[in-house]
Write a protein of this length. Structure first.
Length: 187
């Protein structure tokens, strides 16, 4: 098992992937740089992951006090971990969970449970369940806060797609029989 002594580094438990931009980078506006990103939904029942995230955020705040914020913690600090029940009450995917966004300029490594590369982009999508390797870090600018850097992803299992569409393999069953006749009025 890999050991990491970096207090801002977290390997999550089983979380849900939403707003997945892990195969191709995207941007919010033309001025923004292209980034890979994920919204990570952590179940509130996963106390171990939540504790690790809170400890990593605290470590990032301490780093920010030393390196970015001139020796003191700024007021109104923007923090990454948010409550899905409060901020997204009408979205069932966020019910009973906390969430945070993680970004990277380089594409995250994506592996399966055997730590083999996942190369099929249809396997990792908004709605599937994964473990995530992230680093929390302080930032300053128009606003001060802590953000999450996306490192790597481990696919755990499928989930209901969140994109509003369905997967092709789920739409079609084995009960189709073709009569071989075409209705000419259709074409």
């Amino acid at each position: 098992m890999a050991k990491n002594n970096n207090p801002t580094h977290v390997i999550t438990g089983k979380c849900r992937l939403s707003y997945a931009h892990v195969w191709e980078p995207s941007r919010m506006s033309e001025e923004d740089p292209l980034k890979y990103s994920a919204c990570i939904i952590v179940p509130k029942s996963d106390k171990a992951t939540i504790a690790k995230i809170k400890a990593a955020v605290d470590a990032a705040i301490q780093d920010g006090i030393k390196s970015k914020w001139k020796g003191k913690k700024p007021a109104n600090l923007k923090l990454p971990l948010r409550d899905g029940d409060e901020e997204r009450p009408d979205d069932a995917a966020f019910a009973g969970g906390y969430f945070f966004n993680a970004n990277a300029r380089r594409q995250p490594g994506i592996v399966d449970m055997s730590r083999q590369d996942v190369l099929d982009s249809s396997k990792v999508y908004s709605g599937c369940y994964c473990r995530f390797s992230v680093d929390f870090y302080p930032f300053n600018g128009k606003q001060n806060g802590v953000a999450a850097g996306l490192n790597n992803i481990q696919l755990v299992c499928d989930g209901e797609p969140l994109a509003g569409g369905s997967r092709a393999e789920d739409d079609f069953d084995d009960d189709f029989s073709d009569s071989g006749e075409l209705d000419e009025d259709i074409f």
